[in-house]
Design a protein around this ligand. Structure first.
Ligand code: NAD
Length: 326
């Protein structure tokens, strides 16, 4: 197996070594191609990602990604959006469940997955910036909606056979289209479903997270709801994700480069380490994936944590402790 390793910016550079120490502990002989991509590279060279980087990534089986800074500058194009589109990583899979000893802001047991369409919607990249107005075109296609709905159905079938389709079809024609395509795919697959308007979903997710299992939604709504879900699950430092296409995949924590804590060595590496777990699961290395889960449980049980969870250990300390236990 050959993987592209992209630490990125800020805490991406700190959580990646911790994640790699866990991966290396298995001695799987995985070949790594290290790539510099992100805002730091843009500042240094004027280009955040080059065509050569994409070509090297295409030669790998998948990407392990840290986090990148994306400044709110209309001249700067998001690297991740480009990668997701160019590699056609259309399914963003984000699991959320409580981990051992993590204080949760809401009560109740829960275990749900957000399945976010990852290549179109508000992030289609069709935009115009004028003197007095700006336009962003929200593109929702039949192909894009069908394939993400199929992905959600196949996950639902492996779980409880039910999914929740989250949209704003009462206002947006593009979402009414998304809803119609997704309900059709659910019926074809014999997957039961209910529907939630995204605003009501944001509210009910906090009150009753245990009601949900597979949530299927569009790009921007999935982006926002997953940060909310991370808060419910105890913090951004705990939540991994997989960006999956038919040919390639990219695994990354859902958090960003966290400039407020970058350089202090205190970022929680668990989200990045659980992203390694998702990568190993995707590669069919189920035993190794399970052992990461157990090792994470074990360090949390011992309260061996970074400051976001109340502990006093560093990113590296926690990474090494998990690596020793796998
Ligand atoms: P963020 O996710 O970087 O941070 C939000 C908050 O969560 C911060 O207070 C941060 O300290 C905390 N946090 C995040 N990860 C943590 C961890 N591992 N351990 C402990 N605390 C953690 O979001 P932001 O501050 O809005 O964005 C910072 C930059 O990251 C922006 O440039 C944004 O565009 C970018 N971003 C990138 C990604 C990505 O690479 N996938 C995702 C989101 C944001």
């Amino acid at each position: 197996m050959k993987i592209a390793v992209v630490p990125g910016d800020g805490i991406g550079k700190e959580v990646m070594p911790a994640a790699l120490s866990v991966l290396d502990a298995f001695g799987l002989g995985i070949e790594k191609v290290n790539l510099e991509i992100g805002y730091g590279k843009w500042e240094r060279t004027g280009s955040a990602i080059m065509d050569d980087d994409i070509a090297l990534i295409r030669e790998c089986d998948c990407v392990l990604f840290g986090a990148i800074t994306t400044p709110p500058d209309p001249n700067y194009k998001s690297v991740l959006v480009r990668l997701r589109k160019e590699l056609d990583l259309y399914a963003n899979i984000r699991p959320f469940k409580p981990l051992k000893n993590v204080n949760l802001p809401c009560s109740g047991n829960f275990d749900f997955i957000i399945v976010r369409e990852n290549t179109e919607g508000m992030y289609s990249g069709v935009e115009e910036l004028h003197e007095d107005a700006a336009y962003t075109t929200r593109i929702v296609t039949r192909k894009g909606s069908e394939r993400i709905a199929e992905r959600a159905c196949s996950l639902a079938k492996k779980r409880k056979g039910h999914m929740t389709i989250v949209h704003k079809a009462n206002v947006l024609k593009s979402d009414s289209f998304f809803r119609d395509v997704c309900t059709g795919v659910a019926k074809k697959n014999n997957v039961s479903f209910n529907e939630m308007l995204v605003d009501a979903m944001a509210y009910d997710m906090i009150l009753h997270p245990g009601k949900y299992d597979v949530l299927l939604t569009t790009n921007l709504f999935g982006d926002i709801l997953s940060d909310e879900a991370a808060a419910i699950a105890g913090g951004l430092g705990l939540c991994p994700s997989a960006n999956i296409g038919d040919k390639y995949a990219l695994f990354e924590p859902i958090h960003g480069s966290a400039p407020d804590i970058a350089g202090k060595g205190i970022a929680n590496p668990i989200a990045a380490i659980l992203s390694v777990k998702m990568m190993l699961e995707w590669a069919g290395k189920t035993e190794e994936a399970m052992s990461i889960d157990k090792a994470v449980d074990s360090v949390l049980t011992k309260h061996f944590t970074t400051p976001d969870l109340g502990g006093g250990y560093s990113t590296q300390d926690v990474g090494e402790a998990i690596a020793r236990l796998v």
